[in-house]
Design a protein around this ligand. Structure first.
Ligand SMILES: O=C(O)CCC(=O)C(=O)O
Ligand SMILES: [Fe+2]
Length: 322
């Protein structure tokens, strides 16, 4: 176990500091052989301060050196925001007893600054028992995950396994969609307002480099420039207006979700979720939503994403707290 921990920790640093943010990562033999080399040169990889890396460009379409540094720091547990600022991003709701659940409460706290992120402890999918784990027989997590990049077509930038669960797969999946709909006021039904629930499993060193969840880049209201001229982003329901991401287990170590431009990292906690808008009210991309999953150091990490589509929400008013 000590050896595994040592390897995982070393891989974590190796992935973040040496290999950087350029491509597929996972547990590869060549990385294992580089671990001792990396340890010898630890002083070389000590990151400089953010301030020395020039001005921030929160609307940059690509990942900047500042983003990479903020990502690494947040992955290591560094805090940029004060406890008060962090608490303003959090809300709590209790879905026991009443249905649909009430809007989450944040007391008298003001709305958080853009990009609006929200952590909401919820009764969420579980990775075992009567929860989503029970459906794995029907939809095994056997597909290596891929992601769609703005400039690079279909690229592999994450190391995890993925399954897509439609609402008709299991009552738990339906109840997840119902909760997201009740909490956001948005239409999230499969193929009507949202995508099927995406369930991801990360193993040791599993991670997802900083990315945006929208598929196209919307620089002008209601217009879209599909990546590489492809038409994938021109989905009839539009792009992903918002993300509701559930943590399905506690991760022993590592695996934070980090938003380098919002300067905040979220510790995976079973029963909690993160919500954010990917598109601005104008329909344009909010590049400040750049985020990624830090490498899992110890244990496994289960998350599920409910992506909500843009066009069906045109006449819907979100829950006022969000
Ligand atoms: O696993 C995480 O923490 C983030 C996952 C994510 O960003 C995604 O699936 O798009
Ligand atoms: Fe994402």
């Amino acid at each position: 176990m000590d050896l595994l921990l040592h390897i995982s920790t070393s891989l974590h640093d190796l992935l973040l500091t040496r290999r950087g943010f350029t491509g597929q990562t996972g547990i590869f033999p060549e990385q294992l052989s580089q671990i001792s080399l990396m340890q010898q040169k630890e002083s070389d990889v000590t990151p400089p301060d953010l301030e020395k890396l020039g001005k921030d460009d929160p609307m940059s379409a690509s990942t900047t050196p500042r983003d990479e540094l903020a990502f690494s720091k947040l992955c290591r547990g560094h805090r940029f925001l004060t406890p008060l600022e962090e608490s303003r991003l959090k809300c709590r709701t209790d879905t026991r007893g009443t249905y649909p659940p009430p809007c989450p409460r944040r007391g008298a706290q003001p709305r958080p600054a853009h990009p609006r992120l929200q952590g909401c402890p919820l009764a969420t999918p579980d990775r075992g028992g009567q929860g989503l784990g029970a459906t794995h027989g029907e939809a095994p997590l056997e597909q290596a995950a891929t992601a769609i990049g703005l400039n690079s077509g279909t690229i592999s930038v994450r190391s995890s396994h993925t399954a897509w669960l439609r609402d008709d797969t299991h009552a738990t999946v339906r109840s997840v969609s119902a909760k997201v709909a009740a909490l956001t006021g948005l239409d999230v039904e499969d193929d009507a307002g949202g995508e099927a629930l995406q369930v991801n499993l990360y193993g040791a060193a599993g991670h997802y480099i900083p990315h945006h969840d929208f598929v196209g880049a919307h620089y002008k209201a209601w217009e879209m420039q599909p990546p590489d001229g492809r038409t994938l982003a021109l989905h009839p329901l539009g792009d992903r207006i918002a993300t509701f991401m559930f943590y399905m287990n506690d991760v022993e170590e590592g695996g934070r979700t980090v938003f380098p431009r919002a300067r905040v990292g979220v510790e995976p906690r079973k029963g909690s979720a993160v919500f954010w808008w990917n598109l601005l009210p104008t329909g344009m991309s909010d590049f400040r939503t750049l985020h990624g999953a830090c490498p899992v150091i110890r244990g496994t990490k289960w998350v599920s994403n409910k992506w909500i589509k843009h066009h069906p929400q045109l006449h819907r008013r979100p829950c006022p707290v969000i």
